[in-house]
Design a binder for this molecule. Sequence first.
Ligand SMILES: Nc1ncnc2c1ncn2[C@@H]1O[C@H](COP(=O)(O)OP(=O)(O)OP(=O)(O)O)[C@@H](O)[C@H]1O
Ligand SMILES: [Mg+2]
Length: 508
Amino acid sequence: MGASLTEVGSKLAGLMFIWGTIQQLFPQILCKRIESFWTRLENYFYPYVQITIDELTNGKTNEIYRHVDTYLGTKSVDTGAKYLKAEKPENSKSFAVILDEGEEIIDEFEGATFCWRSHNETFDDNNSQGSKKTQPTEKKSYTITFNKQHREIVTGKYLKHVIEEGRAIEFKNKKRRIYCNDSTLTWWLRLNTMWKHVNFEHPATFDTLAMDPKKKEEIINDLIAFTKGKEFYSKVGKAWKRGYLLYGPPGTGKSTMIAAIANYLNYDIYDLELTSVEDNLELKKLLLETTSKSIIVIEDIDCSVDLTGKRKKAKKKTKKEETSDSDSDSDSDSDSDSDSEGKKKLTLSGLLNFIDGIWSACGQERIIIFTTNHVDKLDPALIRRGRMDMHIEMSYCRYEAFKVLAKNYLGIDTHPLFQEIEPLLEEVNMSPCDVAESLIHKNTSGGIEICLNNLILALKDAKEKAIQEAREKEKQVLEQVKEEKPKKSKKLSTKLVRSYGRFKKIFR
Ligand SMILES: Nc1ncnc2c1ncn2[C@@H]1O[C@H](COP(=O)(O)OP(=O)(O)OP(=O)(O)O)[C@@H](O)[C@H]1O
Ligand SMILES: [Mg+2]
């Protein structure tokens, strides 16, 4: 189709030349008649419209050209285009195939046919004598030719479709980055950006993450709903962002989960180091520099900076005065820095505003993740729903999670020793990190069975240790109960008996 269009085009150019000559030879009225007849004839024989998309507009890269380039590159495979070029775009993790100069592609959309053609013209600017010789300039472009009856489809839907598809492919191929706020950057570098980055190449995925399969599925579904939720969020008037709180003991996979989420969604990560942030203003600036489709992470939020102190003091005071009900302060975000007015510092209120203040709506499709080993130490306002929408407990390794580790580390789904391991894992609190440590030496230690036996030994050891500790504590509790004065004994003994009950529970 493309070749025949070009042929018709060149014939029409010849006719245009003849028309120019006629115009000079014949009177005006006759010319007008011929002109209208000509237009009808032209529309009849050549009812096509052409749109050109240049690589550069006003000396700047035309983004549409880039998306079209990517889109046509993927189409070239299905349409059987023969002359292609391979390129590795900057910041892309894979090669891109694009159309070579003069190559054509026919694309179809909603029953309409579109002919794309790639052009590359070279201009030599060295015509002025004596001036310094410069490299010839290239002008790249694409033309799209279509029947004029499809003009509305092209401008209304088709070009939008091409751009969105191209953008989505580029996003998928983009190298992931991990950013961190670096206080050691000099002030002139900070004028440009406050974040430093490297490529993010963590191999963790949801398949390699050991946890309860139901919980994992729930998280994946939540992420999918979030990424598809653009219209929903705008309908309900909420900023398009979601907060996840990951809590649990060390080595249970909180950081690994963040990497798995980033890889699953293809998002960049902004690892926010709160201790490097000077004040609330700096926090706001950092937020404004983050991009859409990214995850902002604050690891170990409980030990980052002391954000809880003031709010707790305020609570105590309120209790003493017994003036208002208990939950009245849980959302009063400004109280925590009331006495720091005028002083430059990072406060809880600043952090709360960072998460869901008006500024947090700048940029879309963002996830905020906090991790902590001590969820009970956090201010309730910081983790209430709406700020941290989903609270995910990363727990010790139980049997289902172990099976994922065994599959990943040893390549097995089942083994006779699993029968011995299963009850031990239900009794002993061992982190997936420690379980993985026993399985990692498959090649050096001599095989699967040895690894599994090592794990059994480690579990038995841990069980023994925990029993010893519980006995010690039980002894201490009983001694304390005996020693307590009668006056205090009632109150204390209830407390001690409660904790004694807890120890007993471990070894039910
Ligand atoms: N649930 C898990 N699934 C797979 N691997 C895990 C899991 N938990 C821990 N690991 C392994 O243990 C190592 C440590 O895990 P990770 O850093 O994610 O733990 P964490 O919960 O963030 O610990 P911390 O609270 O100390 O930061 C990881 O490199 C990973 O290999
Ligand atoms: Mg961690």
